[in-house]
Write a protein that binds this ligand. Structure first.
Ligand code: PGA
Length: 312
């Protein structure tokens, strides 16, 4: 069976009007042209689709089926054209994004708001540490990455969009949590730290910070998420250094305390990163504009962390 789109459109119009003249007028064709297409269609199907009884045209059983399928195909075609338009316009599509383990604390909130605004978005989200994020970028396995401090690399395009301060946390029962005055770095360096794994960006920053101050970093235990670190710190296994973005609940419930330490917080930023030469899909461009626009910091519920804002 060999059908053309033109035949499908013509048959649907004839079957709807049950009248060749009206169908021809609607399609801006001559009546003989319409009749010819219908008889070619009947030849190719091998069945009569219309029958004339007196002056009236009727659909045969095959014609009724043909009308049902033609309507469905034309409906699908209209929908296809709308979907293509939405993809072109960046209002729908498959967003592939990877975020740093720490960033997941706010990224899901941002993504939920984005999907709420663009419900046609299909999302693949990978949550992993800095080392893996860089490997994914290098292998073109993800389109966009949210991470702290990307390396200086000509192949990467990195845009900061929000502050990411790292603070020292202690259990509310820790002796240092009772201190009123600013704690010296020297005293902090005498403490044991619950730290992230070596491939983590937070960990790399901690190490660089202590090294730059000529002080040792004593790590008692390693853990692969801020959640685990917070639990360990709360249980009294040591101090922790985490992004302030991970702390909301623990500060509200006063289970953890941010210590006031000399030279803290360590000021950093969150970046949106992608391969410079990669042509971003329209939906990724829309997300990028959303993230870099004015709403993102508010959605994270920390407008105080927007670029340029000062920590309390
Ligand atoms: P991380 O990255 O989750 O790998 O520590 C976050 C960051 O660099 O701040």
């Amino acid at each position: 069976m060999h059908l053309t789109l033109r035949q499908i459109k013509i048959f649907e119009a004839v079957a709807r009007h049950l009248n060749f003249t009206l169908a021809a007028r609607e399609l801006h064709l001559s009546q003989p042209a319409v009749s010819m297409q219908i008889s070619q269609l009947e030849d190719s199907v091998g069945l009569p689709l219309l029958e004339k009884l007196g002056k009236r045209i009727h659909l045969t059983e095959a014609g009724q089926e043909m009308r049902r399928y033609c309507q469905r195909m034309l409906h699908d075609l209209r929908e296809l054209s709308e979907v293509m338009g939405a993809i072109r316009g960046g209002r729908q599509g498959h967003l592939r994004i990877s975020v740093a383990t720490t960033a997941n604390h706010f990224a899901t909130r941002l993504l939920a708001a984005f999907i709420d605004r663009y419900p046609g978005t299909r999302l693949s989200l990978d949550v992993t540490n800095r080392k893996h994020l860089l490997a994914q970028l290098a292998n073109n396995e993800t389109e966009l990455v949210i991470m702290g401090e990307p390396p200086v690399d000509e192949q990467l395009e990195s845009v900061p969009f929000m502050e990411n301060p790292l603070v020292v946390i202690a259990s509310a029962r820790h002796p240092l949590a009772q201190e009123e005055a600013t704690i010296s770095l020297q005293r902090i360096a005498e403490q044991n730290f619950v730290a992230r794994e070596p491939a983590s960006g937070t960990r790399a920053t901690m190490e660089r910070f202590f090294l730059a101050h000529g002080l040792p970093l004593r790590t008692s235990i390693e853990m692969t998420s801020s959640e685990a670190i917070k639990h360990a710190v709360e249980a009294g296994l040591g101090l922790g250094i985490v992004s302030i973005h991970t702390l909301e609940l623990e500060l509200e419930t006063r289970r953890l305390k941010i210590l006031e330490v000399e030279d803290f917080p360590i000021r950093r930023h969150w970046y949106l990163v992608h391969l410079r030469d990669k042509r971003l899909a329209p939906i990724a461009q829309t997300f990028s504009a959303f993230l870099l626009g004015p709403d993102a910091a508010n959605l994270v519920n920390r407008p105080d962390l927007a670029p340029g804002a000062r920590l309390p």
